[in-house]
Design a protein around this ligand. Structure first.
Ligand SMILES: [Zn+2]
Length: 361
């Protein structure tokens, strides 16, 4: 290796970490939904807001109406702030177009952002919600949009993963299984939004289909969590979503360590839950879900890397892996979860290159 042009950085007595991997985001969208906070505070649930044409459906309207340029510029700003908070790799889902051409367009926009240098792992989530024009006709939506989007996506290699939002009011178990089996046959890797608001048996289905990760899991049964562990399915917990949805409850993180089911963490950044900082997610994982600092940091790094099938190239500081490195102003790893909503970073490196230097802290 030629190191003649290498630069040296003094990190003495500073906590150095692998870059955070945000393994579950909906970061590609247009617009905002700040008005929904007041609705949530009035006691309206996520599903009630959706039924009134808000929630995902509003973001679908905004995203469909936005040009590629506007989508890219709004998303770039988010990704840049996430990098400043230590995220060096992003999983980003489609799912705010909900028609064939639109979903493919979102994945093409992601490819363009990737070509600009953002390290993005793209996921097809055409099964995110039933759009208004298919209201009450979910199986027609699956036949006419979801299945063809998988075929096109596999052909054009636009996404690594296929994901489904399995929930009452979204996609049921039989539909979810059909969609994911079809994606597997087309060579895509699988993910699943499971048991977020109710236990529909999503964790069990995730184990049965041996998906790479099942995500949310706030209401999963103990048996489902154990089954996931047996099949090496990673549980991606999203405590920020619970926090911002005002549900007052979190996933049972202890059940995962008892069952030997690995846990990864992510922001779930979306217009419903606008969280750009993995440091803040680590805070809520400890203060809300009562994970240990060690578990939370592993969840934001190496386990998150496995949740997007990147475990062999990122997620830890090891020879042969990408040098995605965070230099903090902290002296030990316990300070990181302890300090709430701080940005503790001094420098962010991506593949050995300094991409962010933050003012002295
Ligand atoms: Zn999600």
């Amino acid at each position: 290796v030629d190191t003649s042009s290498a630069q040296e950085f003094d990190c003495k007595e500073k906590l150095v970490l692998p870059g955070f991997i945000d393994c579950h985001t909906h970061a590609l969208f247009a617009g905002s939904r700040e008005n929904e906070l007041s609705m949530k505070l009035d006691g309206r649930s996520y599903m009630e807001i959706l039924k009134r044409g808000g929630g995902i459906l509003r973001t679908v309207r905004d995203t469909r109406n936005a040009s590629d340029e506007r989508l890219k510029s709004e998303t770039r700003k988010r990704l840049d702030r996430m990098i400043s908070n230590g995220t060096t790799t992003f999983e980003i889902k489609s799912g705010y177009a909900l028609n064939l051409e639109g979903e493919l367009r979102l994945l093409r926009v992601l490819r363009e952002l990737k070509n600009e240098g953002y390290d993005i792992e793209p996921t097809l989530l055409s099964a995110h919600a039933i759009p208004e024009e298919y209201s009450g006709r979910s199986s027609a939506y699956v036949d006419e949009v979801v299945i063809p989007s998988i075929d096109e996506c596999a052909k054009l290699k636009l996404a690594t993963f296929c994901d489904v939002f399995m929930e009452e009011g979204a996609f049921g178990e039989a539909e979810t299984e059909r969609i994911l089996n079809h994606a597997a046959e087309r060579g895509m890797k699988l993910k699943l939004h499971a048991d977020e608001f109710s236990d529909l048996g999503g964790a069990n289905l995730a184990a049965k289909l041996e998906v790479i990760s099942a995500d949310h899991l706030a209401k999963s049964s103990l048996r489902g969590i154990e089954q996931m562990g047996k099949k090496d399915v990673i549980g991606v917990l999203l405590p920020g979503t619970q926090f911002s949805s005002l549900t007052g409850t979190f996933a049972d993180a202890k059940a995962y360590s008892q069952a030997g089911t690995p846990v990864a963490l992510a922001t779930d950044l979306s217009p419903n839950s606008w969280i750009e900082s993995m440091q803040f997610v680590i805070n809520i994982a400890c203060y809300g879900m009562k994970m240990t600092p060690e578990q939370a940091i592993a969840g934001a790094t190496i386990n998150a890397a496995h949740a997007i099938s990147r475990g062999s190239i990122s997620g830890s500081l090891e020879l042969g892996k990408d040098a995605d490195v965070l230099v903090t102003g902290l002296s030990n790893s316990y300070e990181l979860p302890y300090r709430i909503a701080s940005n503790n970073l001094k420098m962010v490196f991506k593949k050995g290159r300094l991409i962010r230097e933050l003012s002295d802290r």
